[in-house]
Design a protein around this ligand. Structure first.
Ligand code: SF4
Length: 385
């Protein structure tokens, strides 16, 4: 049973929302907007922390103090991309001096058996065939059968469907045969046609992104979801994005985690500076409260920075991401965080935030609870949708 805490509200408009949260009722669009507009950040954090504790204890049987992490490795097989999204500092043209294409041997050399999940996303290469992308998964499964593969965003799935001239369902069939476990949540950016036209008009919009995830869920594939914020989107557009994700989750139940991604301005010139830590914490908390049907909310240390991610564990987040190994996308946009972290550093961050570290797999199955815990294994198992 979660304890009901007293909150000293500075912004009285939040009180009816808090009453709804305590009763386990859904927050509507208008209230969601207030979560982004309020100046009462501490009350917002406390409400989100309450919702997170309740969610996690309901899901795992662990108490709500835990924070998940994973031993993972990010692989970005190429940065060559046929598109030119205005917010992207990662993609280059084939003739650019920074252009690279990893060979299968290079990809395999980055992996080792203790890695639990490999996260693969990259550019849309003008010459690679769909088979080349499939081979990456096949080879990983042959050499590292215990590694779970989280690969290719909905934007990449749409691209594979186009280059292979097959429907999305067939793309997924082949990816599953090749060893796909789960899908990352990137490519959604923000579900606003206004922003898409301005920043990434070559990429699929909300309708197709949601359609592809719906198909994935229907085929048993668990996926994740993101929101890119801190560029030109409005609070109304953030709320609309979250509500659309919530609606699809009501329908399918296939999402595992939501990851708010704070925009890294890099060399894009779109905004002068990255969103503030306050804005990051507000977005984490509002996401936890609005996405009442999402199991997990991630404080992605790569973009937030280690300190804000740690504080985020008190603002509704229950996951701090993983070791990553070698992050390239945010760092092409001058992210200040390290390119990877050790298990020890993640444990230190989680413990430093007063949380109990829980090591997980790609499905959020619990592999180990650190610091001891009163709930003995086996813990509940999660798998395909
Ligand atoms: S965001 Fe993705 S699709 Fe757009 S240019 Fe960058 S790598 Fe290519």
């Amino acid at each position: 049973m979660e304890r009901i805490q007293e909150i000293d509200f500075q912004d009285q408009r939040l009180i009816p929302i808090w009453e709804r949260v305590q009763r386990g009722e859904r927050i509507e669009r208008k209230e969601g907007l207030l979560l982004f507009q309020t100046w009462d950040l501490m009350a917002l954090g406390k409400m989100a922390d309450f919702a997170k504790r309740k969610k996690i204890s309901g899901l795992s049987g662990l108490n709500g103090d835990v924070a998940y992490f994973i031993i993972d490795r990010q692989i970005n097989p190429t940065n060559i991309c046929v598109y030119t999204c205005k917010f992207c500092d990662f993609a280059v043209r084939p003739w650019d001096e920074k252009a690279y294409e990893m060979t299968l041997q290079e990809i395999l050399s980055k992996l080792s058996p203790e890695i639990r999940e490999v996260h693969i996303v990259g550019g849309l290469h003008p010459k690679w065939k769909f088979d080349q992308y499939l081979n990456i998964l096949r080879e990983i499964k042959v050499h590292f059968p215990t590694i779970q593969i989280k690969a290719w965003t909905a934007v990449e799935i749409a691209f594979f469907s186009k280059i292979a001239k097959i429907p999305v369902e067939k793309v997924f069939e082949r990816l599953l045969d090749a060893g796909l476990n789960t899908m990352p949540g990137g490519g959604a950016e923000v579900f606003s046609e206004r922003v898409r036209q301005a920043l990434f008009k070559q990429k699929i919009g909300a309708k197709d992104w949601l359609r592809i995830h719906r198909i994935a869920h229907g085929m048993g594939i668990r996926t994740n979801a993101t929101l890119l914020y801190g560029h030109m989107e409005t609070y109304e557009e953030r709320v609309d994005h979250l509500v659309k994700l919530r609606e699809l989750q009501d329908e399918t139940g296939g999402f595992l985690t939501f990851i708010p991604l704070t925009f890294q301005p890099g060399h894009t010139g779109l905004v002068k500076r990255q969103a503030s830590a306050l804005e990051d914490l507000r977005t984490l908390a509002a996401s936890r409260l609005l996405l009442d049907n999402f199991p997990h909310i991630k404080a992605y240390w790569v973009m937030l920075g280690e300190d804000t991610a740690g504080v985020g564990l008190h603002f509704g987040a229950d996951d701090i991401a993983g070791t990553i190994g070698e992050e390239r996308i945010a760092h092409a946009a001058l992210a200040k965080s390290p390119v990877g972290l050790t298990r020890e550093r993640l444990l230190e961050m989680i413990r430093g935030a007063g949380r109990t570290p829980v090591e997980r797999d790609t499905y959020f199955n619990i592999l180990r609870v650190y610091n001891g815990h009163h709930i003995p294994p086996p813990w509940p198992r999660v798998g395909r949708v």
